[in-house]
Design a protein around this ligand. Structure first.
Ligand code: SF4
Length: 417
């Protein structure tokens, strides 16, 4: 039976899972929920893939997965890991294997060694009699090289033999389940039975993470609730094929938010389809913001901004909110080292006197801009006290300077003094 314990970052109870160590990053066992992402470059292109991994890492991805689909991709892995070390990028790399993973790992021992974790999809390690053999080979590589694995079942590549077996069993029931429930059970069993087989082959349970991804919000919640109830493996959460733009963000946040609130989930990935020309790092930002807005972790100072309404006379306050958000996000990698704790700072940018002073007082630093008919001045509140009133054309620069000054005087070495 699953047990729960208080979360070290907030009041939410977390499901207790087995801890899994991935290249120095702990997933599960009460560790903070880990943010991960995946590249969309050709892995065989060492320069481009390394560059994108660096971007994802700088954005805050704590694990990065790459597809390993060809001999060229497998051969590129040790070169990518070497290049990342030269770039000062310190992030464990996970190899995503389908169909030919056993062959690639066999032919490229340096790839098997360089990866921090292998992802195996039990629905497509092989077909027919080869399935069991090839799955066992992948697990044996993990044992030989001391690597953890994610056994990642996916709705879109469900183990067809298992699905057929469950359909047959269902037909024998006095009250047959509906088809959706049978397919959910097939997905869950695919993950659980594969994990059991891996343990029987000699892979410790502390080297196994499970996932069972679907693309529907309600189905995902149902699948993971069941998976959490039936095992104590660490769980990787993600809504597969979430979609593009706001649809992908909303669907992922809705599904993962429910599960995280129930203490389920040890690492998350937001599977967004990037808008044309958009940065791949958006999925990392969304994952961080989901965890931070839920109070599970802190990554970057949070900016509270009112939505604006007919009382605001210009777009200035929207621009200021954007400038402030972008400034603190850009500064955070530096502050993380020089002024740890700055990620907990709260900021407020408000459009008028109705809620402005009140909301600003609740933030570490808040500014209340003038609304329609109000005097052209912007009072600034620091830790609840009004300290200065900004006027003129340089309000944005002056407010950003106040934020920087607050960080200098309140976090890191300054706090220890
Ligand atoms: S704080 Fe003022 S400008 Fe902002 S939404 Fe409220 S009333 Fe409108």
């Amino acid at each position: 039976m699953t047990t729960f314990a208080p979360d070290r970052f907030g009041p939410l109870a977390r499901r207790i899972t087995r801890p899994v160590e991935i290249g120095g990053v702990q997933v599960g066992g009460g560790a903070p929920v880990v943010v991960q992402s995946m590249t969309n470059t050709d892995t065989a292109d060492v320069a481009t893939t390394s560059k994108q991994i660096g971007e994802l890492w700088r954005a805050g991805s704590e694990l990065v997965r790459v597809t390993v689909n060809t001999a060229e991709a497998a051969a590129a892995i040790p070169r990518i890991v070497e290049r990342l070390a030269m770039m000062g990028v310190n992030v464990p790399i996970i190899g995503d294997f389908h169909y030919n993973g056993h062959t690639l790992l066999s032919n490229e021992p340096a790839c098997a060694e360089a990866l921090a974790k292998y992802r195996i999809n039990p629905g497509n390690v092989g077909f027919g009699k080869k399935k069991d053999t090839q799955f066992a080979q992948l697990i044996e590589f993990a044992i030989r090289y001391g690597k953890p694995v994610r056994i990642g079942a996916n709705w879109g590549s469900l183990d067809q033999a298992l699905a057929a077996r469950l359909m047959d069993e269902n037909a024998q029931r006095a009250l047959p389940w509906d088809a959706g429930r049978v397919m959910r059970e097939a997905l869950i069993l695919s993950a659980l039975e594969s994990a059991q087989r891996a343990v029987e082959l000699g892979l410790p349970a502390e080297k196994i993470i499970l996932s069972a991804k679907v693309s529907g919000v309600q189905e995902l919640v149902a699948v993971y609730r069941d998976l959490a109830r039936r095992s104590d493996f660490a769980l990787h959460l993600g809504l597969t094929e979430a979609g593009i733009g706001s649809k992908g963000i909303v669907a992922s946040s809705a599904a993962l938010g429910v599960l995280l609130q129930e203490g389920i989930g040890d690492t998350i990935r937001i599977s967004l389809t990037p808008e044309p020309g958009a940065s791949r790092t958006q999925e990392v930002v969304v994952a961080q913001e989901l965890l931070q807005t839920m109070g599970l972790r802190a990554f970057t100072p949070m900016v509270t901004a009112c939505p604006g309404c007919g009382r605001t006379t210009s777009e200035f306050f929207q621009e200021l909110a954007k400038v402030v958000q972008e400034h603190v996000r850009a500064k955070m990698p530096e502050w993380k080292i020089s002024h740890p704790g700055a990620e907990n700072m709260t900021l407020a940018v408000m459009g008028c006197v109705v809620n402005g002073p009140g909301e600003s007082r609740h933030a570490n630093i808040g500014i209340s801009l003038p609304g329609t008919g109000e005097a052209p001045s912007a009072p600034v509140f620091v830790d609840g006290e009004k300290t200065v009133t900004l006027r003129g054309e340089h309000i944005a620069q002056e407010f950003v300077a106040l934020i920087d000054g607050y960080v200098q005087s309140h976090y890191g070495a300054a706090r220890a003094d």
